[in-house]
Design a protein around this ligand. Structure first.
Ligand SMILES: [Zn+2]
Length: 140
């Protein structure tokens, strides 16, 4: 059980101005919940954000790089899976070539890839870093 706090007591809170977990003085409380605090560093008064509740701070800018790295991981594991199930020899890629789904191709820039889908005059190939659409002489 936590020590009962009262208005005027000090508590750790996230300061929206300083953008840090700092000591704050409790300004207002509702029952045993802190609602408003005053930052001891900058003196600004704001809503209480508990230092051990990160949910509010996880929204916003910090989410973006996470999402990006997750996407990269997914395409790499998809590529690894595709290589593992692909059969046959590596075919050097050329625009005049015609490929089938599941073929392993060797691209001189992008490296090893696996044909995911073929379309008229192009095919979708998964490479280690990402999926690319390449020109081919496929008829469908
Ligand atoms: Zn502050």
């Amino acid at each position: 059980m936590m020590k009962r706090l009262y208005a005027g007591d000090e508590t750790g809170s996230y300061c929206t101005k300083c953008r840090l977990d700092l000591n704050h003085v409790i300004v207002a409380m509702v029952r045993d919940k802190i609602v408003r605090v005053k930052c001891k560093t900058c003196g600004s008064e704001h809503k209480h954000r508990s230092t051990d509740d990160n949910s509010e701070r996880q929204t916003g800018k910090t989410v973006l790089p996470k999402r990006k790295s997750r996407k990269l991981l997914t395409s790499q594991s998809l590529w690894e899976n595709s290589i593992a199930v692909a059969k046959g020899i590596e075919i050097p890629y050329e625009m005049a070539g015609s490929y089938n789904e599941g073929n392993i191709i060797m691209h001189n820039i992008f490296g090893k890839g696996v044909v995911q889908k073929t379309h008229f005059k192009k095919c979708t190939v998964i490479f280690k870093d990402q999926e690319r659409v390449l020109v081919s002489s496929n008829t469908k």
